[in-house]
Design a protein around this ligand. Structure first.
Ligand SMILES: NC(=O)c1ccc[n+]([C@@H]2O[C@H](COP(=O)([O-])OP(=O)(O)OC[C@H]3O[C@@H](n4cnc5c(N)ncnc54)[C@H](O)[C@@H]3O)[C@@H](O)[C@H]2O)c1
Length: 252
């Protein structure tokens, strides 16, 4: 049996219009997974790319920070595919750069709403069909920022990504025995788009990553493994996906 094949599975990937989410959706679709994308912007490009390669994909414009939108996305996957095996909570926003002492209330709130509450709403909605089926997997995209602060990086981002780890553990404890696994991934620097780095800044980043900067497909390959039967014993944990980068101590 080819363990990289995930035929029959249906997955939701949030935030797959671009970047890491797109990479995850493409890798999963190549493995035979049927994809439903929810994004605040159009995901037509990702859907087209999957379909033109022979895969199946649908999408809707939605906001993960709205509970009704989260339910609608789960309904879309169930209507299209009749099952839901995997939810990848990838949608997230970078907080505008800023320090703790001048972070405006509305910026704090929006980052928490999208990066944390959005993960909760989508997970809660997805759990209903997963628990009924007695199987499923939820993968939450956290970040190395959960454990390492940075001058000038908004604390809202670090806090939201650290809180995702707590959600992961809590959900896993409650649903593992019912056949649903919940895992977090903590990527380091992934070149998911043009970050506007100077040549010097990029070189400095690369020096911290012995295996180079990450790509969206690197994250997708880890999600593919987590969705596979080979990961049947992986739940209630966080995978540090960092290309050998080891700044800071252990994540807890
Ligand atoms: N790029 C990195 O180095 C890196 C590192 C660690 C973690 N992450 C995390 O990985 C995820 C993806 O990052 P990326 O670099 O691809 O970002 P990105 O900004 O390129 O893509 C994020 C996607 O999420 C969508 N989105 C934003 N808010 C949404 C909402 N409320 N509802 C639905 N969709 C929404 C956006 O439209 C976009 O398509 C994020 O959660 C990010 O925090 C990124």
């Amino acid at each position: 049996m080819d363990s990289s094949r995930l035929d029959q599975q249906a997955a939701i990937v949030t935030g797959a219009a671009q970047g890491i989410g797109r990479g995850i959706a493409l890798v999963l679709a190549e493995a035979g997974v049927k994809i439903a994308i929810g994004d605040i912007q159009s995901s037509d490009g990702t859907v087209e790319e999957i379909r033109s390669a022979g895969g199946q994909a649908v999408s809707m414009i939605m906001d993960t920070s709205r509970p009704d939108d989260a339910r609608a996305l789960v309904d879309l996957a169930l209507k299209e595919y009749g099952r839901l095996d995997l939810l990848v909570n990838n949608a997230g926003i970078d907080a505008p750069r800023g320090n703790a002492w001048d972070l405006p209330d509305e910026e704090w709130q929006r980052v928490i709403d999208v990066n944390l509450s959005g993960v909760f709403y989508c997970s809660r909605a997805a759990l209903q069909p997963m628990l009924e089926a007695g199987r499923g997997c939820i993968v939450n995209i956290s970040s190395q920022a959960a454990r390492v602060g940075e001058k000038g990086m908004s604390p809202a981002y670090n806090a939201s990504k650290a809180a995702i780890l707590g959600l992961t553990m809590a959900f896993s404890a409650q649903v593992a025995e019912k056949g649903v696994r919940v895992v977090a991934i903590m990527p380091g620097a992934v070149e998911s788009r043009d970050f506007g780095w100077s040549v010097e800044k990029r070189e400095a980043m690369v020096r911290e990553y012995p295996l180079g900067l990450g790509t969206p497909r690197d994250v997708g390959e880890t999600v593919r493994h987590l969705a596979s039967p080979g990961a049947r014993w992986v739940s209630g944990t966080a995978i540090q996906l960092t290309g050998g980068y080891q700044r800071g101590s252990s994540w807890y």
